[in-house]
Design a protein around this ligand. Structure first.
Ligand SMILES: [Zn+2]
Length: 522
């Protein structure tokens, strides 16, 4: 007998096709049968009358950052309430594994700060930890280039041949153990010190095992076009599918650049077999660490050295010039850490005025107190975001790790996209503006990422596919998270299944952990 029969639903299959009225039978972890409206229905242990609610495949978040959030209970609730049933992490150059020699002390420190047991080195060992603990939804990972570099290199700015070989070997083992490909974060240390050739060699290994190359590119501002070219060169040389992560053109003077970037990507795709795609989050502010806004050379040599340096007037002057050169609008940059009540919710300009510091002094003072300070910076053009999101090769991401709703302070304050990227995407692009049809919007967050990352048997409603399903009221889909109050669950998801397990039932989530680790199939 069927475990579940979901009857009278409006079904979108995930492929961008027109919906149909019908019913779905779930047996174990699979979509066992699909019935059209007029067909006679079998019996099932549980029958849910959808009463014309909308049924789609569970959504896939292509970009979930580091993958350290799973150690907290109910870490994925905020994503499940957006309809997400699969998360890909290890983006932007940082993955939880493999951890090679030189990265061990950093990981030990992180484990103490975040309070988890750090007892793995390889990806396989990390997966074993997750499997033992259980996860709420499906997870998969990329292999972070900065993680490889940080583990293999003694000095971030220089590497020996042996160190390069070690990175390649670790990349290879990671792919063999199920990684989906390579990710880079080329604005962050130590990834930013790598040349293009180093990345090409690593991407070739990802390609050998059927993986992809996803990049937080070297510049999302004035040199956006050059950074896109570097990504395409890597794609061409390694003959690998490339993904430009969270595509944006930051800072006012770069507004409007996205149209040309998309034109370039379209041209590239016409003449190449491995394709270029993007993912985007539907917000006009970025969320990152404040230290990304000072010259990279001040970040060399470990964080205690960094703090010491920031006391020097010469360094302050240089940072001041750096801010002027890049024309950062610091009145649009907000401190979001609630560890510092005197700064929280204020922008850098306000803090500077209040304490009678220069802008550069303000940045240095904040970084001296906390080199990990998180900020939100409103620096993206809505029209650019709209163009990027509606591009047929664009997928949607939260760009956020799993973040439990009652998270301890030490794991930071999230960007509202963490709790609302997918619901905001549907609400804005389908219902508020009509920029996308509902079927196209659903395709972008189901079959398209499943196909791109080669997640077999997922991302569509078809007999024999995994029963990752979301049943919701289209009219009620709504993000609730804001910049000031980011930890608010989205509305609209009534029922949700992960691998055939009924995880959200009439709007209420239970304690089940039906998620699976999704390994690449080579
Ligand atoms: Zn990134």
């Amino acid at each position: 007998m069927l475990n579940f029969l979901i009857k009278n639903a409006l079904i979108y299959n995930g492929l961008g096709e027109n919906p149909f009225k019908g019913s779905i039978g779930i047996k174990n972890n699979l979509i066992e049968s699909i019935f059209k409206e007029e067909e006679e229905l079998p019996n099932a242990k549980v029958i849910i009358d959808a009463q014309e609610l909308t049924l789609t495949p569970g959504f896939i978040d292509t970009h979930a950052s580091t993958g350290f959030g799973f150690f907290f209970p109910h870490a994925a609730d905020h994503k499940l309430y957006q309809g997400i049933t699969t998360e890909i992490f290890g983006n932007c150059g940082t993955s939880p594994a493999p951890i090679d020699k030189h990265l061990v002390p950093t990981m030990k420190k992180l484990a103490t700060e975040l309070d988890f047991d750090f007892n793995w080195r390889t990806l396989e060992e990390y997966f074993a930890v997750l499997e033992k603990m259980g996860v709420q939804f499906n997870v998969a990972t990329l292999t972070g280039h900065s993680t490889l570099r940080g583990g293999a290199l003694k000095e971030w700015a220089n590497s020996s041949n042996e160190e390069q070989v070690q990175m390649l070997q670790s990349m290879k083992s990671s792919m063999q153990e199920g990684s989906l490909g390579l990710s880079t974060g080329l604005i962050y240390a130590p990834g930013c010190f790598a040349n293009t050739q180093e990345i090409i060699e690593l991407a070739k290994i990802a390609k050998e095992y059927g993986g992809v190359y996803a990049s937080h590119i070297r510049d999302e501002r004035d040199k956006l076009e050059e950074a896109i070219e570097e990504t395409l060169i890597i794609g061409e040389k390694a003959e690998i599918n490339v993904l430009v992560s969270h595509l944006k053109a930051a800072e006012k003077r770069n507004f409007g650049k996205i149209e040309n970037v998309l034109k370039r990507l379209n041209d590239y795709n016409k003449s190449h077999t491995p394709q270029a795609k993007i993912d985007v989050y539907p917000y006009t502010a970025v969320s990152t660490k404040l230290r990304a806004f000072i010259p990279k050379k001040f970040l060399e040599g470990g964080l205690s050295k960094v703090k010491e340096r920031l006391n020097s007037n010469k360094v302050v002057d240089e940072i001041a010039q750096y801010i002027i050169d890049r024309d950062y609008d610091l009145s649009q940059m907000l401190i979001i850490s609630n560890d510092y009540a005197e700064w929280e919710g204020k922008n850098i300009q306000q803090i500077a005025d209040e304490f009678n510091w220069s802008l550069a002094e303000t940045i240095c003072e904040i970084l001296k107190r906390d080199t990990d300070m998180w900020i939100v910076y409103h620096c993206i053009d809505q029209a650019d975001i709209d163009k990027a999101i509606t591009w047929p090769n664009a997928m949607i991401c939260t760009d956020s790790w799993s973040h439990p709703i009652n998270a301890p302070k030490r794991i930071g304050v999230p960007h509202p996209r963490s709790y609302g990227a997918f619901t905001k995407f549907l609400k804005r692009y389908v219902f508020d503006t009509n920029m996308l049809s509902f079927e196209e919007a659903i395709r972008k967050i189901t079959s398209m990422p499943a196909d791109y990352f080669n997640l077999k048997g997922r991302g569509r409603i078809e007999e024999g596919y995994k029963a990752d399903l979301v049943l919701f009221d289209k009219k009620k889909i709504k993000p609730m998270a804001t910049y000031a109050s980011p930890c608010k669950l989205s509305k609209g998801v009534e029922h949700l299944w992960v691998n055939g397990v009924h995880l959200i039932k009439s709007g209420v989530i239970n304690d089940a952990k039906p998620g699976r680790i999704l390994r690449n199939h080579h």
